[in-house]
Design a binder for this molecule. Structure first.
Ligand code: HEM
Length: 504
């Protein structure tokens, strides 16, 4: 776990007093509770379940806890209740049907307030700024038809990716990353990336690298004791604060640099239409608040859309290498429906049900966000005989729901066939893309871009396990921990040409 917030900087007495304060408040509040919290590991006085909390692969521990205590469990960290929900039924009831109550985000002093991510919709509190950002996103990519207008751009960028793959197939991980970045930057800023070391990608990647670490709830003591924000940076042991202030500069650069590029291009009349240019043009006299919302909403498109797509496409390579018969079947479908004289397009999506099933299975087999993104409750609520106080954090264990053997037969197997036939298993996307008013606003865009990448790849390349000195190397299906998980290592798989690639 990163620098647990320079705890040493403050006297042990300070921290203990603060913890006692929190414990006392929660004790008083618990006296007023209209029911118990859901069951879970017992924990200790004052610190609660701090010592029970896993520092990595949290969904595995949450799954074990669900097996022991049921699909709705709770833990308390220094007075902060966290409820973990492991069934679709509970998640739907709380986050969809009661979405006016459950659509806030955790308040993070470090990642949110200091580093600035609370301005960016993924962590913006439920309120007017959040609604405005979601309105902008919904107008831009909120439906299949709004996404359809990006088909030529997606086709063009994916063709470039295939050409990169052909030139250096061993670099497939870098090519996936570059292609995902190019697609989002074109759609958001009309920006064309410049080679393999693009300066803008370096800026946004630097900010993104901080995001996962700095916004994981529980990483910083200042997220639990917000008053630590005011400890001056010169106090020894406040390395966490300097680090956060440094990260703030990266966040600001991620938002400001592309914004000013677009402004300059618009002034010169050279801007390619994009999310930003279209919205600036549509609001010739914007308020400062609107300008800031626009800037941060543009920023969230890259934040939400790059690593998630990259991770899913990693899983695609891994799955195709591990399951050659499934790859063959998908290729046969493409050959039968499309033939050999053109590449699949977005317009073919509905005619390629097996390829679509492959894409759906990627979201189920190894979900990108196994615990989704945490929601926060804005007022006291009672559910299933339990009492959730205002401020309770709600996490959905998407991994468990998507690997429930009652819903998915042999859940660890990659089997797109499960979504075919007369009795298909449940589509995993409503779980993988989150819930209620916070549901992923990029789901239609992600669906289109992942389908196109997979279909075009399958049309021209074969993926197989790597062979070294005549020996097949078995890929290990292993993923990183963290909010967005990526298969690791980059995969001992190889990519072979099947047929010539045409430029789009
Ligand atoms: C494999 C692809 C993707 C997956 C699995 C995925 C999944 C998710 C999940 C689980 C959430 C949290 C939902 C919740 O809080 O209940 C989310 C939020 C979000 N996603 Fe995605 N996402 C993907 C791609 C994208 C793309 C392509 C974009 C944009 C172009 C995007 C933009 C966002 C944004 C802005 C949020 C924050 C929404 C909010 O807090 O209101 N995502 N996504």
């Amino acid at each position: 776990m990163p620098d647990m917030v320079g705890l040493g900087a403050l006297s042990v007495l300070d921290v203990t007093l603060a913890a006692l304060g929190v414990a006392l408040v929660s004790l008083i509040l618990s006296g007023k509770r209209k029911g118990p919290l859901p069951p879970g590991p017992k924990g200790w006085p004052i610190i609660g379940n701090v010592l029970d909390m896993p520092s990595s692969y949290q969904w595995k521990t949450y799954t074990q806890w669900a097996e022991k205590w049921g699909d709705i469990i709770s833990v308390t960290l220094l007075g902060q209740p966290i409820v973990v929900v492991s069934s679709l039924e509970h998640a739907t009831e709380l986050l969809e049907r009661r979405s006016t109550l459950y659509s806030d985000r955790p308040i993070l002093t470090v990642g949110g307030k200091i580093v600035g991510w609370d301005q960016i919709v993924v962590l913006t509190p439920y309120g007017p700024r959040f609604r405005e950002a979601r309105r902008l996103l919904s107008r831009w990519i909120g439906s299949r038809s709004s996404v359809a207008r990006f088909a030529p751009m997606l086709q063009h960028e994916t063709s470039k990716y295939l050409l990169d793959l052909r030139r250096s197939p061993e670099q497939f991980v870098n090519h996936i990353k570059k292609s995902a970045a190019a697609i989002i930057l074109t759609m958001t800023y009309g920006y064309q990336i410049k080679g393999d070391k693009d300066p803008l990608i370096e800026i946004v990647d630097r900010a993104m690298a901080q995001f996962t670490v700095l916004t994981t709830p529980g990483t910083f003591l200042a997220d639990i004791f917000p008053s630590l924000e005011h400890v001056p940076s010169w106090v020894p042991g406040t390395g966490w604060k300097q680090r956060a202030l440094g990260a703030r500069q990266d966040t600001d650069a991620m938002l400001d640099v592309p914004y000013s590029i677009v402004e300059k291009e618009m002034a010169a009349g050279t801007a390619t239409p994009s999310f930003l240019s279209v919205n600036i043009e549509g609001n010739p006299d914007p308020t400062e608040e609107f300008q800031s919302t626009l800037k941060t909403t543009a920023g969230v498109l890259y934040a939400g859309g790059s690593d998630t797509t990259v991770s899913t496409l990693h899983s695609f390579f891994l799955a195709m290498a591990c399951y050659p018969e499934i790859q063959k079947k998908a290729q046969q479908e493409i050959d039968a429906v499309i033939g050999n004289d053109r590449l699949p397009t977005l317009a073919d999506q509905d005619s390629l049900p097996y390829v679509n099933a492959v894409c759906a299975e990627l979201h189920r087999w190894n979900p990108v966000a196994p615990l989704g993104v945490t929601h926060r409750l804005v007022q006291d609520d009672v559910y299933a005989g339990y009492f959730f106080p205002k401020g309770t954090l709600i996490t959905v264990n998407a991994w468990k729901i998507l690997h429930d053997p009652e819903t998915y037969k042999n859940p660890l197997d990659f089997n797109p066939g499960r979504f075919m036939g007369t009795e298909p298993e449940t589509d995993p996307r409503p779980v993988a893309f989150g819930f209620g008013r916070r549901i992923c606003p990029g789901l239609n865009f992600a669906d289109a871009s992942i389908f196109l990448s997979c279909a075009m790849m399958l049309a021209v390349f074969d993926v197989s396990k790597a062979v070294e000195y005549g020996r097949v190397i078995e890929p290990v299906v292993e993923y990183t921990s963290g909010q967005i998980r990526i298969s690791k290592p980059s995969g001992p798989v190889q990519v072979f040409d099947q047929a010539p690639v045409c430029e789009g």
